[in-house]
Write a protein that binds this ligand. Structure first.
Ligand code: MN
Ligand code: MN
Length: 317
């Protein structure tokens, strides 16, 4: 059955025309009308160094006009499987961090309460915490986390515990994420101290440093992702700095020596069949992305996640 929401066909209306929405889908404001809600979180108040990810959603929408309707490998056609639309942006307050966290959670709760699956474009990585507070309110979820950084530090600049370097420590402390069903892929770069990874490793997270990623190879890492996530509800979070900055330079905290875009696509496709409950692509920072390529990467990775989410949704019906 063809679903109600379809993207504008680029063979009929050129990609550079019209209002930019995610994947050229309709902008819908009622969460009850959608099965998978694409939305932006234009907020980077958790950023410790180079800000700019607040501009991510708008530019990812623009670059998402490149995308077509069917996945070329899996042949998943998400807009045939379920109702997918652009729900707009979560409300944020650039001058009040806690108010923003509450507003974002409230927005995602409206999606979850309507039975929808959220797929967000950040924003910095702190955006994942308020989303998880809505998605994992009733039980902890597993986490597939692509990133150069573990994001499990405790605090910054004194006792600031809510930053883009701390969301997954908070998520474990709050009972939102099961660390034993969590896998981090691509961790690298210099660290503040030798004990920086103690929380992630001590809590039982499976940390795949980039050295192990290259030693195992992408296919073996996919097997490891599926083993760790298992059968339970699982959230996927993709920080574009997990990619090598040759592929995604437009981000606040680049780290050399990462995986490529194709490898990332293969890993995301490898999530098909997991019990996915939502996802995000974060840390696209357009001020550092003059060519727009990083936003195109973000949009394309969103499409990869959308396809496996749509497959999850369809199999539940
Ligand atoms: Mn991150
Ligand atoms: Mn990162």
């Amino acid at each position: 059955m063809s679903q109600s929401f379809q993207p504008i066909d680029a063979s009929a209306v050129p990609r550079f025309a019209g209002l930019p929405t995610f994947m050229r889908l309709p902008h819908v404001t009622d969460p009850a009308e959608v099965d998978i809600a694409l939305f932006g979180v234009p907020w980077d108040a958790g950023t410790t160094n180079r800000a700019g990810a607040r501009h991510g959603p708008r530019e990812i929408r623009n670059q998402s006009s490149f995308l077509r309707a069917v996945h070329h490998v899996s042949r998943i056609a998400p807009y045939e499987l379920c109702r997918v639309a652009d729900l707009g942006d979560a409300p944020v307050n650039p001058f009040d961090l806690q108010d923003s966290l509450a507003k974002i959670t409230g927005f995602v709760e409206s999606v979850v309460a309507a039975g929808g699956l959220p797929l967000a474009a950040g924003g910095d990585h702190l955006c994942s915490l308020p989303i998880l507070r809505a998605v994992a309110r009733d039980r902890p979820v597993g986490l597939v986390h692509f990133d150069a950084h573990s994001d499990t530090n405790d605090s910054y600049f004194g006792d600031n515990r809510y930053t883009h370097g701390t969301p997954f420590r908070r998520a474990v402390e709050e009972g939102l994420v099961d660390p034993k069903r969590t896998i981090q892929i691509g961790i690298r770069g210099s660290i503040y101290g030798a004990e920086d990874m103690a929380f992630a490793e001590g809590s039982g997270m499976r940390v795949v440093y980039i050295e192990e990623y290259f030693m195992l190879g992408t296919e073996k890492v996919v097997e490891e992702i599926r083993r760790v996530a298992g059968d339970g509800p699982t959230y996927v979070s993709f920080d574009v700095d997990g990619l090598d900055p040759a592929f995604a330079p437009g981000t606040g905290t680049p780290e050399i020596g990462g995986y490529g875009t194709h490898e990332a696509q293969v890993m995301l496709r490898g999530l098909q069949g997991l019990d996915l409950v939502g996802g995000d692509v974060v840390e696209v920072a357009p001020p550092f992305d003059p060519s727009g390529n990083t936003a195109l990467v973000g949009a394309t990775l969103m499409f990869e996640i959308l396809c496996v989410l749509a497959d999850t949704f369809a199999r539940r019906q």
